[in-house]
Write a protein that binds this ligand. Structure first.
Ligand code: ATP
Length: 306
């Protein structure tokens, strides 16, 4: 499958600030990419460049297989963006705002207005003017505007910011549905990894303009899965006892000679008794594994102010 977006050493310098530093990425269709970084790490700058709202000072990007600037400009019609603040007229309702954008973009299908209001959960607010919206409602309207024109690639800058817990779940489900059922590709940013956890299929960690890590949800879960780290004098026998006496194969023998047991985390007494009765001397049994936040901090190099 051809990538939706490829960037090659994309760089953006503002005066003496390096907002993006040689960013090379490849986004595949039908996936949700979570762009995670602290405030000022370069998330919005990257999104603005992809959307054509800012220009790189170095490097290049390829959108839907097009490299040439004129072609990229044309291909941007296939994008739907919510970057920084959604642009709507405060004195108009959500539906009127949608209509205005629909007409400006030459989209004939009138029914799409109600459909989108329904999708983002704004149907009940049909009489309210946008200026009286809560932050969460404004975000929902921004997402609806980004969805106009049925874009293949959605770029959403902190869309979850300001949503209440129920709103977060609704938007999470909406984005997953768009990805799974309509095969859309989504790039979504946040400064908070737990917030994006389980929305994204892939996570891109950016710090001070540099990409520090690109990791799948499965790899992230492996990193953050908690386990009991066991050390003993006979690893083979330990593994056999775990399988036969404790009835689980949910363990991994590590190259450093320890064993990770992913079950029985809260029942150490049972396992220690079993090991003892079978003549195994455990020299270490500790609960280990990163939290999402610990993991993020370790990737960006230990700054503890996220
Ligand atoms: P936040 O989470 O706070 O929105 P961000 O990760 O989106 O942050 P950017 O807005 O991309 O970060 O900013 C990256 C860096 O570039 C910051 O140091 C910022 O001050 C700087 N920057 C961004 N836009 C400009 C601009 N127009 N002029 C000068 N510096 C800028």
């Amino acid at each position: 499958m051809n990538p939706i977006l490829q960037t090659n050493s994309l760089t953006k310098v503002y005066g003496d600030t390096s907002a993006l530093d040689k960013v090379s990425l490849c986004l595949q269709p039908g996936r949700i990419y979570g762009l995670i970084g602290q405030n000022g790490s370069g998330k919005t700058t990257l999104m603005r460049i992809i959307a054509g709202l800012a220009f790189p000072t170095g490097g290049s990007l390829e959108l839907f297989g097009c490299l040439e600037e004129k072609q990229i400009h044309r291909e941007r019609k296939r994008l739907g963006c919510l970057i920084e603040y959604p642009s709507f007229i405060p004195s108009m309702t959500a539906k009127d705002n949608l209509r205005l954008h629909r007409i400006m973009r030459g989209i004939p299908n009138e029914e799409i207005e109600d459909e989108l209001l329904n999708i983002v959960g704004l149907t009940d607010a049909c009489k309210k003017k946008a200026k009286d919206f809560s932050l969460g409602m404004k975000q929902r309207l921004g997402i609806a505007l980004a969805l106009l024109g049925d874009p293949e690639f959605l770029i959403l800058d902190e869309p979850i910011n300001g949503l209440d817990p129920l709103g977060v779940v609704e938007i999470r489900n909406l984005l997953k549905k768009l990805c799974q059922e309509k095969h859309k590709t989504i790039l979504i940013s946040s400064h908070n990894l737990p917030e994006l956890y389980q929305i994204a299929t892939d996570y891109i960690v950016i710090h001070q303009g540099e990409i520090k890590e690109i990791i799948t949800l499965q790899q992230l879960e492996e990193h953050c899965q908690h386990y009991l780290r066991l050390e003993c004098d006979n690893l083979e026998k330990l593994a056999a006892i775990i399988e036969t006496k404790l009835g689980t194969e949910n363990y991994k023998v590590m190259p450093d000679g320890s064993l990770r047991l992913y079950d029985y985390l809260d029942d150490r007494e049972t396992i220690m008794r079993e090991f003892f009765e079978n003549g195994i001397i455990i020299t270490n049994c500790s609960r280990e594994g990163d939290s999402l936040e610990d993991y993020f901090i370790s990737v960006i190099g230990g700054v503890k102010n996220v």
